[in-house]
Structure formats: C-alpha cells, structure tokens
Design a protein around this ligand. Structure first.
Ligand SMILES: *Cc1c(COP(=O)(O)O)cnc(C)c1O
Length: 227
C-alpha cells in the first residue's frame, strides 16, 4: 500500500460513514496526524491531495513546517505546556485542539495579543473522567467558556476529546455522545456557537462521525504504524 492508497482508503471510510449517518461529506474534515513522520512522507501525502496536518508537539512542528509547502494547513492536537505557548502562537496553527485550563487560556490570550493574532482554539474535555490526564473535567466547561469570553484574541470554535483506547471502537460511542451533549448544552447556556467537534482517530472514526464529529484526526491508517 502506498500513502496515496492509504489516503484513498481513509477517504472512502469517511465518505461511507457520512452516508450511513445521513450527513453531507463536507461536514467532516480529515486532519492527517503527522507526528513522528518525516517531511518527505508528509509531502507525499500532500501530493495525494491532503492539505491539513496535525502535530502533537510544538518543537516538532516548528522543525518540519519550513521544509514543506506554505499551502499546507497545520493544527496542534497534542498537549500544550504553558512554556511552549509563545512558540505555538508564533507557528500560527490553524487550530489548537488541546486547551484544557484557565492558565493555558490566559497564556494563549497574552501571547496572541502580543503577536497581533486571533487564534482559533478548541477546549479539550476529558469526558471519560479516567485514563487520560489531559482535558478539563466536564463540570469546568461552562466556567472556562465564561473566562474565554473575555479573551478577545482567542476564537473558541468547539470541543475536542480523546477517549480511552479499547479494542472495540463501539466503546467510544458514549464518550463521543457525551462531548456532543456537552457542546449542545454549552451552546444553549452561553448563546455562543461551538460548531467544531474534534473526535475520532484511525480505529474509531466511523463511530465518531456517527456521533457528530466535524474533525477526525487520523495518523496510523494514513501513514502506517509510528516508529
Ligand atoms: C496520535 C494522535 C492521533 C492519531 O491517532 P491514530 O490512532 O494514529 O490515528 C489523534 N489524536 C491525537 C491527540 C493524537 O495524539
């Protein structure tokens, strides 16, 4: 299988999951997770037609971006440390998926103001309440959205989650449904639109699309297993 074959196979899975869910294909955007992949592999996938890539470390993204065409779009999907915030803003990521604390929100706001940029972000929620150490507890979502309202250099576009891994992807369904429910409730209570739901990876993207994902983050099934 070449990268172009992998890309076609993932695209076919997304299209059939959208069809099964009665959703138009354009409602779901594929983010190719390129962590630990070489610039060469990223370029090959870009030539096959993929334009949006996700990295999980700021330093790794900074080292690859200059080697690749300026037409590519980059998202930051991994945990962000406060001391990397300035670099993250400097990278001008299209979307930062992993904002999960008030401290991070304030640091991003300050750095974005200094850089003269309005940075799109998602709030990462730990819906399962276990396994993952990242993501805010669901009961902190509304207070954090209130804080975010006063951050004029941040644009809150929606929510992200990373459920615990289990063999059967169907087990992720309640976590995805919960994220969507939290989003619906937050929209009702704040009047603020949160259109994006970043959820679903290689092994559970069909389930995520069925439960309302607008952004799926796929690494392994596009690039092959990571070293
Ligand atoms: C690595 C990673 C992915 C992609 O996972 P695959 O199983 O390789 O598709 C998605 N989201 C996040 C946050 C990741 O770190």
């Amino acid at each position: 299988m070449t990268l172009a074959d992998n890309f076609a196979a993932v695209e076919a899975r997304i299209a059939s999951a959208c069809a099964a869910a009665g959703r138009p294909r354009h409602e779901v955007t594929l983010i190719a997770v390129s962590k630990k992949q070489t610039a060469e592999a990223i370029r090959t996938l870009a030539e096959a037609g993929q334009s949006r890539f996700g990295e999980n470390r700021v330093q790794e993204a900074m080292s690859k971006m200059p080697e690749l065409p300026g037409s590519l779009q980059w998202d930051l999907i991994g945990h962000l440390q406060t001391n990397k915030v300035k670099h993250a803003i400097f990278c001008e990521f299209g979307l930062i998926h992993s904002v999960d604390s008030e401290r991070l929100l304030h640091a991003l706001e300050a750095a974005a103001a200094e850089h003269g940029r309005r940075q799109p972000i998602l709030l990462q929620v730990n819906v399962s309440g276990e396994s993952s150490k990242f993501g805010l507890p669901p009961d902190q979502l509304l207070p954090l959205l209130e804080t975010a309202n006063s951050c004029h250099h941040l644009e809150i576009c929606g929510l992200m989650t990373l459920p615990p891994f289990t063999e059967d992807p169907e087990n992720a369904a309640p976590h995805f449904a919960r994220l969507r429910g939290l989003r619906d409730r937050a929209e009702r209570e704040t009047g603020h639109r949160l259109p994006e739901l970043s959820m679903g990876m290689s092994h559970d993207l069909e389930i995520a699309i069925r439960e309302g994902a607008t952004l799926v983050r796929v690494g392994t099934d596009l690039f092959g297993a990571r070293a």
